[in-house]
Structure formats: C-alpha cells, structure tokens
Ligand binder design. Structure first.
Ligand code: HEM
Ligand SMILES: [Cu+2]
Length: 656
C-alpha cells in the first residue's frame, strides 16, 4: 500500500530537479502568504465582491494585466534559463529534455498567456471608454472569458510541478505530440490549457466586435471611431475566424491521444502535415491578432505626443482591415520546406510579401504624423519611436524569409528566432508597454514615474539589440533553433555569449519596470485632470480612474478627435458642448457564475489530462448547471440613481 502510494506520488508530482523543488517551496510559501494577508486584513469579502465576481470591464482589464505581467515574468525566466544554457558550449545547466520543456513553455506562455491577456486587458481598459459606452456589450461573458483564460493558464502552468511539462514545441507538432512521441501528461496539459483559454479568447473576440458595432456613442460614425478601436476590431475579426480552427485542431489531437484516433498519425490513414496546416491556419493569423492592436496603440500615442491629428487615418484603417483579411492566405510560409511544390510555394511567398505593403503604409503614416509635430518624448512615445526602426528590420527579415527558395536555408535556424522576436518584442511587447504606460493613469489615477521608466526603456532596448542581432548571424552560420548545446569548434560561442548578455539586460529592464511600478505606487502623485497627456479621444474626457458608470451622461460625438476638438473650442472661448440632464444609469450586476464555472472547466481539463473521468464528468455537469442557473437568472441589472452620480462626479471634481 505504502509502496503504491509513493509510486503514485513520484509519478504525479514532478521530482528530481532542485529547480522544481524550489518552485514547490515557492508556490506553497506564496499561497500561504496570500492566504495570510487576506485573512489578517479581512480582505476575503472585498476580493470576492469587488474582483472575483466583477463584471466591470475596467476591473476585468486590470485582472488581465496583472495576470499577464506574472506570465511575462515566468516566460522571461524560461528565456533566461535557455540563454544561460547557451552561454557557453557544452554546458550541462539544462538537460536536453528539460531544454525542450523550457522552450515549449516559454513560447506558449509568451504568446498565449502573456501577449493575449495583456492585449485583452488593454481592450477592456480602453475600448468602452473610447466609444463613450457604459461597458462592453456582454459584461457577464467578458468576465467568463477572463476566468477561462486564467484557469487555462493555471492548468498549463501547473504542469511544471504536477505531471510534467509539454515538450513538443509551442505548436505541438505530431508525431512528437502523439502518444507514441509524448506518452506523459504534459501534452494533455498543453491541449487543455490552450483549449480552455482559447474558448475564452473566442468569446472576447465576439464581445468586442458587438461592442464596437453596437455601443458607439451617438454621432460616432465609422469615420470617427478612434484608431485603437479600429485596430481592436480588425484583430477581433481575425480572432473569430482563426480561433475555431485552433479549437478543432486541438480537439482532433486530443482524440488521437485519448481514444487512439488517427487524424495525424501516418498509420491508420492520418497525416501529420494536416495538423501543421491546420495549426498555422490559426497560428499565422494569431501573430496579426496580437500585433494589430499594437499598431493601434502606436497610432494613438504618436498622435497624442506629436499633438497632431493622425496622418492617413483612412489608409490606416484600410491597411489594418486588409491585414486581417490577408492573414488567412499566408500560413504556408511556415513550412515552405514541406515539399508542396513550386506553385504552392510561389502563391504563399507572394501573398506574404504583399502584406509588407499595408505595413509599410502604416510606418509612413506614423512618420508623417510626427513630421513637424510638437513631439514630447514621454515613456509611451519612447516605446513608439523605438518600435519603428525595430519593426522595419523585423519586417525586412520577414520578407527575406518569405523568399521560398532562400527559406530552405533560413528555415528553423536562429535567423528565424531573431526575426520573430524582433517583431514580437519590438512590435507586440513594445506596443503593449506603450499602451500600458499610456492608459495607466486612466486605470489608476496616477502616472508611472518617468525617470525610472526611461531607464527601463533604455536597458530593454539595448538588451534587445545585444540579444537578437547576433542571432541573425549565428543563424546564417548554421545554428538551428531548439538546439540545447553546441561545441567549441562550431565557432558560435562569442555570438551566443553576447546574446545571453542581452537577454539578461532585458531581464534587468523588466526589474526596473517592477521597481517603477512599486515606486510610483509609494510616491503616488495623483492626476486630478483625467487627461495627463493632453490626449485626443473620449476616454480622457472623464475623471481618472473612471467612475463605475464611465460617463455621467452619454457624450455626443461630433469629431474624430472629439475630446481634443472640445478642448480647442473651450480654449477659443466658445461654450463647451451642452450636456443632457443626468438620468439613472443602467448597470450590469456582478455575478459569481463565471468564476464558479471556470473552476468546473478546470476540473474537466484536469480530469481529462489524467484520463480520470470521475473528475471530468462532475466538471461537465457543473458547467451545464451553472449555464442553466445563469439562463434562469433574471436579476442581472440595476440602476445607479441620479444623486449617487452627482455625488461621485462632485468627488472627482466635476460639477455634473
Ligand atoms: C524577453 C526576452 C526573450 C528572450 C531572451 C527570449 C529567448 C528565447 C529563446 C532562447 C528561445 C528558444 C530558441 C530555441 O532554442 O529554439 C525562444 C523561443 C521562442 N520565443 Fe522567446 N524570448 C524572449 C521573449 C519572447 C516574447 C516576448 C515572445 C512572444 C510574445 C516570445 C516567443 C517565443 C516563441 C513562440 C518561441 C518558440 C518556441 C518554440 O520553439 O516552440 N519570446 N525565445
Ligand atoms: Cu506566418
């Protein structure tokens, strides 16, 4: 009996590595600390009422952002572990098996559990406010989406200490990811972690499309929609087309593993390349899904900090929408080497090159916006200005990769790694940082410290180039990706060592950002204007942080940069726009169901990972029951009375 128990424990928990034991201890200590703090300060009720059950888009946004920054930390530690292993030839720091796990978790976490939620956080913070709306179209669904993402991320992260991590790469190609290649539970954690959070992403896509189409303030015609909101729309259109493909692909892979189906195995009539096609039919649009909103952020920031109207608004919108369409015709550039023949490769090579055109248009628009502007280099603008050259180089190397015959040389080399980090860090991460700095005062009512922010910015940037430029060279010199070790005679040491130094510099940059946040909270300088940057769109017309109901009265939009024009009118001595009488505001009620249902999803995922139906089935029942309960709940809304609105506005210094 005891033997069986110890066998089970050593199989169930990951053992044998000091790193893991360290993580075990850290997890137990952190959990204990959180429980202690919440109990000591009697904060459980507050946590439950104000956060876990909230349907307020602003709070959901903040939760997304906190979770994604934690994931940035974990993904970053993974990256530094790999860079440490590669700092010298023949190092034994990470075993080959462990290295496989680390690049897999790093890739999955960075894209799906860092970039996606940080992006959704910014959607939630900014879009309803830019539209002059009370909330998103479906606040309940919004909260459910968040919890599905969160629980998916937890499930995936858990595999670090329970059961073992996935190790077949961030896209889990078969046959490696089939039972024969990966008999452990790591792949199943991958499938269910990504699957559950993916369902959440799909619902967010639907939610924001409906919000943007239906909830614009009166007067906000399509040509007056703020550019960030346009970028969100183009990203969400790509989401609702791409994510169902991911769901189906993962479901088929799961059937292969769980029931011994043969969708992707060579025996039994399956085909592994089918998987590769399907996953990239989601995967390529996915990279545009995460970068389009970054383009939107850069556009807002560039206009605000140049104190000029965005140059080429119409072409910007057209470029973004055409990218979200063209994203579907390029997926095969990820495997030109598959052997599908010259004609197929030509089609996908050309379609990929064509995408460079709308991207180039955007770069010129940003430059022309800055041209003769009164530019102020505050942190959001710094990230934007750094992004432009970085993305140009990343884009050019992308075009190099799209030359199909040349790709036979570049494919799966460090040249590729350098390229995609250049667009993912220089485009996506820099963009979200710009957005985070930009909207931070709107979220919390105070700005982040600029001096520490500038340090963080420079360290990140220098680190970036030191880390990734050598990788282009070492890639051309023949170093392949996912390589855990190399020898002295390869001649790759100096480049790799330099790259590792750059990686650690970026880590230090991240620490500066953490310090910056902590410092800014401690020495908080409250922003009482609600518009600390002198910005242009509606979200800056209300107090910071925005009151629960956002706008005391629904704004009437008469211009693209409505708030800027209003400020100009007032400065010119004209009357501000007349505001309608206050009326009670219709609001959605908080609900515990999204949180509870996500726990049921977790149970389902966990049960299916271990093939324990006795856990999975109650989870399914729980999902059905919570859906039913919510369907028959008619007590979902309430009104904020006028006197309460008056009091809130007066407190924020606004006579309504
Ligand atoms: C913070 C600095 C970062 C460093 C130092 C870094 C470093 C690395 C390294 C060393 C690899 C493994 C290369 C290999 O052995 O094949 C890798 C892979 C990868 N990284 Fe990063 N990375 C960073 C940030 C990011 C970000 C921000 C993203 C996405 C938003 C990202 C996405 C990926 C992906 C998708 C892979 C491929 C994983 C795979 O091969 O399955 N990385 N990175
Ligand atoms: Cu692609």
């Amino acid at each position: 009996m005891i033997d069986r128990l110890t066998d089970f424990v050593s199989w169930f928990f990951v053992t044998g590595d000091p790193l893991i034991y360290g993580a075990d201890v850290a997890i137990v200590l952190t959990t204990a600390a959180i429980v202690f703090v919440l109990t000591y300060f009697e904060k459980w009720g507050w946590l439950w009422r104000e956060w876990l059950t909230t349907v307020d888009h602003k709070r959901v946004g903040i939760m997304y952002i906190i979770a994604s920054l934690l994931m940035l930390f974990r993904g970053g530690v993974d990256a530094l572990l790999m860079r440490t292993q590669l700092a010298f030839p023949d190092l034994k720091f990470l075993s080959p098996e462990h290295y496989n796990e680390v690049f897999t978790t790093h890739g999955v976490i960075m894209i799906l559990f860092m970039a996606m939620p940080l992006m959704f956080g910014l959607f939630n913070i900014a879009v309803p406010l830019q539209l002059g709306a009370r909330d998103v179209a479906f606040p309940f669904l919004n909260s459910l989406s968040f919890w599905l993402f969160f629980i998916g991320a937890m499930l995936f992260n858990m595999s670090f200490v329970i059961g073992g991590s996935a190790n077949a790469g961030w896209l889990s190609y078969p046959p490696l990811s089939e039972m024969t290649g990966s008999p452990g539970v790591g792949e199943d954690f991958y499938i269910w972690g990504v699957q559950i959070s993916g369902i959440g992403s799909l619902m967010t896509g639907i939610n924001f499309i409906v919000t943007i189409v239906k909830m614009r303030a009166p007067g906000m015609t399509w040509s007056r929609v703020p550019i960030f909101t346009w970028s969100v729309l183009s990203s969400c259109i790509a989401i609702i087309v791409a994510f169902p493909v991911l769901t189906v692909t993962l479901a088929l892979l799961f059937l292969d593993r769980f029931l011994g189906a043969h969708f992707f195995t060579m025996d039994g009539g399956g085909n592994a390349m089918m998987y590769v096609n399907l996953i990239w039919m989601w995967g390529h649009p996915e990279v545009y899904i995460v970068v389009l909103p970054a383009f939107g952020i850069f556009s807002e920031v560039v206009a605000t900090f140049s104190r000029k109207r965005l140059f080429g608004y119409g072409s910007m919108v057209f470029a973004m929408l055409s990218i979200s369409l063209m994203a579907y015709f390029t997926w095969l550039h990820h495997f030109f080497t598959m052997g599908s023949g010259a004609n197929v490769n030509i089609f996908f090579a050309i379609s990929t090159m064509i995408i460079a055109i709308p991207t180039g248009v955007k770069i010129f628009n940003w430059l022309f916006t800055m041209f003769r502007g009164r530019i102020s280099f505050q942190t959001p603008m710094l990230w934007t200005v750094a992004f432009i050259p970085c993305f140009i180089v990343g884009g050019m190397t992308g075009v190099m990769l799209s030359v199909a015959p040349a790709d036979f040389q570049f494919h799966n080399s460090y040249f590729l790694i350098a390229h995609f980090h250049q667009v993912l860090i220089g485009g996506v991460a820099f963009g979200y940082f710009a957005g985070l700095y930009y909207w931070w005062p709107k979220m919390f009512g105070f700005k982040l410290n600029e001096t520490i922010g500038k340090w963080a910015f420079w360290i990140w940037n220098i680190g970036f180039y030191v880390c990734f430029m050598p990788q282009y060279v070492v890639g051309l010199d023949g170093m392949t990706r996912r390589l855990n070790s190399y020898s002295w005679d390869s001649g790759w040491w100096a480049l790799n060592f330099t790259s590792t130094i750059g990686g650690f510099l970026m880590g230090i940059g991240f620490l500066f950002q953490v310090w910056q946040i902590a410092h800014s909270i401690k020495f908080m300088e409250k922003d009482t204007t609600g518009d600390p940057w002198g910005a242009r769109t509606l979200e800056w017309s209300i107090p910071s942080p925005a009151p629960l109901y956002n706008f005391a009265t629904t704004p009437l939009v008469t211009d693209r940069d409505d708030w800027w024009e209003e400020k100009e009118r007032i400065a010119a001595g004209k009357m501000p726009k007349a505001k309608p009488e206050l009326e009670p505001i219709h609001m959605p009620k908080n609900s515990p169901i999204p949180f509870i249902q996500s726990i049921c999803w977790f149970t389902v995922g966990f049960g299916l990972v271990f093939h324990w139906l006795w856990i999975a089935i109650p989870g399914f029942i729980g999902i059905a029951v919570t859906m039913l309960v919510h369907s028959f709940n008619y007590d979902t809304d309430y009104y904020i009375p006028v006197d309460e609105i008056q009091r809130t506005e007066a407190k924020a210094g606004r006579g309504a």
